[in-house]
Design a protein around this ligand. Structure first.
Ligand code: FES
Length: 363
């Protein structure tokens, strides 16, 4: 589960000035016995987690797949963010023929509904379009009765990623796909299409342009405040929690870590813990304030992680003994937390001992 594979960059397309779409080919000749192609079969809306060393520090960053399931291509969209080492490198230095290292696709953003003529509503903000595009393209190609409405928020017209592709899709599926662009800085003639997408904007859209009563499922991906506003509006208009799908990590990945994990003196005072992974039990000591993930990594245990921000759930484990406090949780549902699952990158122990198991979380 935590195995990185080598992929070759076979094509780079600049979708806007500061964003690229990488086409990647899993390396079948490496040490994977030709299995890597299968490992990269994906579900729409999933993401890849990349790793790369910058100045001796390993960074992991997750980017959503933007291709449709039947495109026969593995593509991710990477928008450059200020101060983002990985995204800047991918946008300015990466070339065709280079290789990158990535974990197989992960994430459970996608959900379909079992009705004869499903109607989906999707909200994307900025680079949040990448998983949404994969879901919409796949759905339009695969289900001839599915309808999609996309509300796409951007600062201005020149920051709209995949603009041409979205237009082409609209022309191809004229009766099943509609798009509304809402631009923050532009002088749109119609007020409704100008400004930020928040609860009030949604209310206006639902009054005049979108028949919210007919929507079976909504997808949201973008900056957190925008997502929370849209979620509230959807709930106010009758959608249940199960009908609202979130993907947050694209907007929430932290910058470079300022303090790389230090190795822990296992004889120092601290909380005694045990980590179960790969069928093995490993004794660890957790220094004060250390998260379960930091403790595992400091003991050279190959624990899974990606965002380290509580949003991707890659680091999920089940606590078997002891208690922890989760500092942030943007990924686990209440019933998973009640069953003892935690995000180890966000969990600090509040008991005298703690035992956690990655195997029970499917790693
Ligand atoms: S590493 Fe992403 S939630 Fe912990």
């Amino acid at each position: 589960m935590n195995q990185f594979y080598t992929l070759t960059v076979t094509h780079i397309h600049k979708t806007i000035r500061d964003a690229v779409v990488l086409t990647l080919e899993p390396d079948v000749d490496g040490n994977t016995n030709g299995k890597s192609r299968d490992a990269f079969t994906f579900i729409p809306g999933q993401y890849l987690t990349f790793r790369r060393d910058f100045d001796g520090e390993e960074l992991r960053r997750s980017y959503s797949i933007c291709a449709a399931r039947d495109d026969n291509a593995l593509q991710v969209g990477i928008k450059r963010v200020d101060g983002g080492s990985f995204s800047t490198w991918a946008n300015t230095e990466l070339s065709v023929g280079d290789t990158v290292e990535a974990l197989p696709p992960m994430g459970d953003f996608y959900a379909s509904v079992d009705t004869a003529k499903p109607r989906y509503l999707a909200f994307a903000g900025g680079s949040g379009i990448t998983p949404i595009l994969s879901i919409i393209k796949s759905g339009l190609h695969e289900n001839p009765t599915a309808r999609y409405t996309l509300v796409y928020a951007n600062r201005s017209a020149n920051t709209i990623m995949f603009r041409e592709e979205i237009e082409d899709l609209k022309n191809q599926y004229l009766h099943r796909f509609s798009v509304m662009h809402i631009l923050e800085d532009e002088n749109e003639e119609i007020d409704l299409f100008r400004g930020r997408v928040d609860t009030e904007k949604c209310r206006q859209l639902f009054e005049s342009w979108i028949n919210i009563d007919a929507v079976n499922m909504a997808y949201i991906c973008g900056p957190e405040p925008m997502m929370l506003g849209i979620r509230d509006a959807l709930k106010d208009h009758g959608l249940s929690k199960d009908q609202i799908r979130f993907e947050l990590f694209g907007a929430a990945q932290p910058g470079r870590s300022k303090q790389p994990a230090k190795s822990v003196d296992t004889h120092s005072d601290g909380i005694a813990g045990k980590v179960i992974i790969g069928g093995k039990s490993n004794a660890v000591v957790l220094a004060d304030g250390t998260t379960l993930l930091e403790a595992a990594l400091a003991h050279n245990i190959d624990a899974p992680f990606a965002c380290k921000a509580g949003v991707c759930s890659t680091c999920k484990a089940r606590v078997l003994e002891g208690e922890v406090e989760m500092l942030a949780n943007h990924a686990l549902e209440d019933d998973q937390v009640n069953d003892g699952y935690v995000l180890t990158c966000q969990s600090v122990p509040v008991s005298d001992t703690v035992v956690w198991d990655y195997d029970q979380a499917g790693h």
